[in-house]
Design a binder for this molecule. Structure first.
Ligand code: GLU
Length: 428
């Protein structure tokens, strides 16, 4: 345990290791592989700055409710902090600290000049009106006004937030500065400096990573059976793109439940159903399946694209896929990760598999800083280039050093940050 005050996640079993300690454990493995100076390792296992603010929001009823808003800034050695803003009832500082650290390794691995951060508020946004969410978001942004900025820390969407919240954050920041600041957040609407391709970017990156992994196994996406947990911004986009590439999406799910069709779901028809009903449940072109059942269905590729801790020691021995792509951050527990590895199941780690989102965030920030906007083809091409290069760097590293793709990805990402610390030196 590293930062005891961050340990607020409840332990479902005695063997449970929370995402923060798990990320530290992977960091330690990479540090050992790199024979890293322990003075650098200890710097990397602590977030540099943790901000918690009280956010009073006047509800539509007239009552004032206080929410706790957080921003964890893990490391800014390579450039401004970067990472999403999560609105979810289970948000804790421990979770955000893990996610912030993952962002540091993700950006370093992809070679983009950012550090890692993550923000969030423990709230179930579905229980609040649009006006309440707007007031919450604007007050949160204004409480963080000195901690964010295009050269300081650049928030983006995550679970429970979208381009709508980013527009409110950008507007709040800009009104305080007295001029429009495009680079303060990414994932903005196109009308205020958003990038073409950003909404599909994480799902597109997942598709590219899966495609490259299959290619190494001598396979293409054509006819490959894929189960996806989650049908939101990430899972939904991945389903659509993988379906277009010829894969059979045999099951998808959302928070309410899932649907399954052994010969593949009609994804465009399912998207129409979701647009009308706000859930995949009740889709006539498939049979009902629970979120837990979906994970253990017979398939070639499993894509957890929802929350943390979905593949655990309870179900890891029943996973039937040959390849698991972590579209979500930290969906596999430490023990489950070892179980999958010993069963020969290949895992595409989160810091690689879901990096397409932050890569296009970077491209959006570059466009905003230069006031020059690209067409979607160019955005997708630049992102694809970075994802393909990163995949092959990781794959090659894992062959050279032995060990799985996660250790290879961590070794590369952590190694790059450690090198920067060595080059910059310790202040003062
Ligand atoms: N929330 C996304 C992630 O976890 C995107 C972060 C960003 O674009 O800054 O990677």
């Amino acid at each position: 345990m590293v930062v005891s005050s961050l340990q607020t996640t409840e332990a479902p079993t005695p063997a449970y290791i929370c995402p923060f300690d798990r990320t530290c454990s992977y960091l330690n493995q990479a540090a050992a592989e790199l024979e890293m100076d322990d003075n650098i390792r200890v710097i990397l296992e602590h977030p540099r700055k943790v901000v918690t603010v009280a956010i009073p929001v006047r509800l539509d009823s007239g009552k004032v409710q206080i929410f706790a808003g957080h921003r964890v800034q893990h490391c800014d050695v390579l450039g401004p902090y970067k990472g999403g803003t999560r609105y979810h009832r289970a948000v804790t500082l421990a979770e955000l600290s893990a996610l912030a650290m993952l962002m540091t390794w993700k950006c370093a691995l992809l070679g983009i000049p950012y550090g890692g951060a993550k923000g969030g508020i423990a709230i179930d946004p579905a229980q609040y009106s649009d006006g309440e969410i707007e007031r919450l978001t604007r007050r949160y942004a204004s409480e963080l006004i000195k901690d964010i900025g295009p050269a300081i820390d650049i928030p983006a969407p995550d679970i429970g937030t979208s381009s709508r919240e980013m527009a409110w954050m950008m507007d709040t920041y800009s009104m305080n500065m007295g001029h429009a600041v495009l680079g303060v957040v990414t994932g903005k609407p196109l009308s205020i400096g958003g990038s073409k391709g950003r909404d599909m970017a994480t799902g597109r990156g997942v598709m590219i990573a899966v495609r490259e992994a299959l290619m190494e196994l001598g396979q293409t996406l054509e006819g490959v059976k894929i189960a996806i947990q989650g049908f939101g911004k990430v899972g939904g986009a991945a389903a659509q793109l993988l379906h277009q590439a010829g894969a059979k999406i045999i099951a998808v799910s959302d928070a309410s439940g899932g649907v399954f069709a052994s010969e593949g779901l009609d994804i465009p028809a399912l998207s129409t159903h979701v647009a009308a009903n706000k859930t995949v449940v009740g889709f006539p072109g498939g049979e009902p399946v629970t979120n837990a059942e979906l994970l253990t269905l017979p398939c070639d590729v499993l894509i957890p694209a929802a929350l943390e801790d979905q593949i655990t020691e309870e179900n890891a021995d029943r996973i039937q896929a040959k390849l698991v792509a972590e579209a979500a951050n930290a969906p596999i527990t430490l023990v489950a990760d070892q179980m999958l590895e010993s069963r020969g199941i290949k895992v595409l780690p989160d810091i690689l598999a879901n990096a397409g989102g932050v890569v296009v965030s970077y491209l959006e920030w570059v466009q905003g800083q230069s006031f020059l906007f690209w067409d979607e083809k160019r955005v997708n091409r630049e992102m694809e280039k970075l994802m393909v290069q990163a995949y092959h760097r990781v794959s090659q590293r894992s062959q050279e050093q032995g060990g799985d793709l996660r250790l290879a990805a961590y070794t590369l990402g952590v190694g790059r940050v450690a090198q920067a610390i060595r080059d910059r030196g310790l202040y003062p």
